[in-house]
Design a binder for this molecule. Sequence first.
Ligand code: AVJ
Ligand code: FE
Length: 438
Amino acid sequence: MTSSAPASPATEPIVALLTEARQRTLDLIAPLSDEDLRAQHDALMSPVLWDLGHIAHFEELWLTQNLDGDIRFAEMPGMYNPFEHPRRVRGALVYPSREEAIALMGEIRARVLAKLETVDFSANHPLRRDGYVVRMVLQHEYQHGETILQTLQLKRGEPYRAPRRYAIPAVTRDFALGAMVSFPGGPVDIGTADRGEAYDNERPTHRVSLRPFSIDAAPVRNGEFAAFIDDGGYRRAEFWSDAGRAWLVETGAQAPKHWYRQSGEWHSRIMDRDGAVDPNRPVCHVCYHEADAYARWAGKRLPTEYEWEAAASWDGVTGRSRRFPWGDAPATPARANVDQLTFDTAPVGAYAENVSPLGCYGMIGDVWEWTSSDFHGYPGFDAFPYPEYSEAFFGSEYKVLRGGSWATRPGAIRNTFRNWDYPVRRQIFSGFRCARDD
Ligand code: AVJ
Ligand code: FE
């Protein structure tokens, strides 16, 4: 291959971000055998080779084919189109070898980098302006990294062994069990007008008026959740909604996913680490119904996504919303338990900066938090740049989750970010905190 011209000053940071995103993807899969990459480990998850091919083809679609002119496809045709091939059938597709998959990712990337040399990101084009489309592709790779980690937690055979780890800081702040903070009610700005990185479902900013409420100062912890179980939480119908009871009957669940009893103690396996659950870490791998039942047991309820966002972002002193609980500075592994490489939740209070103006700890990182809200477009929602990212999923069958998890990359989380899943799902790194009316 002939060497290309050096990147222009405008594309240099973008190239560095793309390179870093790819390095992380390759680091995550490095410990996996060829069989691990090809297998469908769970009906809910794709073979990792599917994610790899999909990452590459999505990038090719948006950063070569759709970069100028009309958008020809929203998702690429062929085996890596998620709508043509739903997850449960992806195990039956014919995949390239690991070497071929990685080579294809590299070939597409080389073409993308060559193309980016010629792109004018200052142009008044909604896809290119401020580099939006590149950040969309970056976030897509970040999100599939979290998806791959969900698969690895579920993987068959030998547990996944992490390639390297970030250390979790020591706990320096104490949050009393069950402590709540009060929001006085009144108008708050929800969502964002940002067009540089936000998804369409985060826009537009809109002012809502909230009634006074209290919200847990920390996510619900394993020790608290164990108390719910010990109190017959999974057996007492009064705590469960109709749909929750149906889920209980169907699954026979008695504890969060990956928990098991050993000599009278709760243990869990997180990747390749097996041991007693830490009572001070946020509970993880619970579905919406479990969160909802716990809240009822505790005499509380789940927050709406507006309440959640107000508690994470609203600065009553300045009367404006922050991008992150600590301010507008980006998420980093020092500020919050994000970026995958802790490979676990962290004890509450380990990230001293990770507190919102209202006094809520850990709203970014550790676990996605279930809210009581269905996933809908905000008033004035405008699908951009493709309806298959958000709009295709609007409706009452999905619940919104907020705040990202330990497995979320910093570039793919902020106070306004909205995730969604079915209320029965617990393959995601999901927990919750409770609220109540004041
Ligand atoms: C936002 C996490 C629900 O994984 O289905 C990845 C992200 N969209 N590729 C998903 C996504 C297209 C999406 N979630
Ligand atoms: Fe995707």
